[in-house]
Design a protein around this ligand. Structure first.
Ligand code: HEC
Length: 164
């Protein structure tokens, strides 16, 4: 009785389980997706990622070039870094012909989202093409699901033949 009950629920339970794993990456990728939009609206006028220097430096590889805590401050309060005569900030200012990056008054959440986006572009290396890495589980599970359904379909088909 109990085993019969749990057997009945095994397939729906597996379905829910797979759905959770399947949808998980979409939520995970949301911060980076927000970050992309924030970047387009607030940063792209002065920065490219891998397409060379504009007003500010090319940000390709910046998340491995710099400390995370420094990067956060540079994005949130670049004026303070310069006021404190931070050595990296002073060097960047010199390289940018003394044009400082403006303080953009971003919220902590927006700064975190932009940083997630920058990190994501680094993992991908190529921003424009390729599937973001967080979607890999979704793709793998989709393929397994397709194979599983095909297998079940084939077995069900065989059974019918057996009955005859
Ligand atoms: C008005 C132009 C301008 C805008 C807009 C701007 N920046 Fe900058 N950014 C600069 C300049 C100029 C520098 C170098 C001088 C300095 O640090 O003040 C810089 C430096 C940086 C650095 C340091 C790069 C390195 O090599 O270490 C980072 C990171 C950065 N910006 C991120 C951002 C992000 C993220 C945004 C958007 C939220 C943004 N910037 C918006 C002009 C800009």
């Amino acid at each position: 009785m109990i085993t019969g009950f749990s057997k009945r629920w095994r397939v729906p339970a597996l379905g829910v389980f797979l759905a959770v794993i399947w949808l998980g990456p979409i939520k995970h990728g949301q911060a980076a997706e927000d970050g992309r939009e924030i970047f387009q609206n607030n940063c792209a006028a002065c920065h490219t990622i891998g397409k060379g220097k504009l007003v500010g430096p090319d940000l390709a590889g910046v998340t491995s070039r710099r400390e995370e805590s420094w990067l956060k401050r540079q994005i949130k309060e670049p004026d303070r870094l310069i006021a404190e005569k931070d050595s990296i900030a002073m060097q960047l200012l010199k390289e940018a012909d003394n044009v400082p990056m403006p303080q953009l008054e971003l919220s902590d959440a927006a700064v975190a989202a932009v940083m997630a986006f920058l990190k994501g572009t680094e993992q991908q290396k190529n921003v424009a093409v390729g599937t973001p890495p967080q979607y890999t589980p979704t793709i793998i599970i989709s393929i397994l699901l397709l194979l599983g359904l095909t297998f079940i379909g084939l077995r069900a088909g065989n059974k019918n033949v057996d009955v005859r």
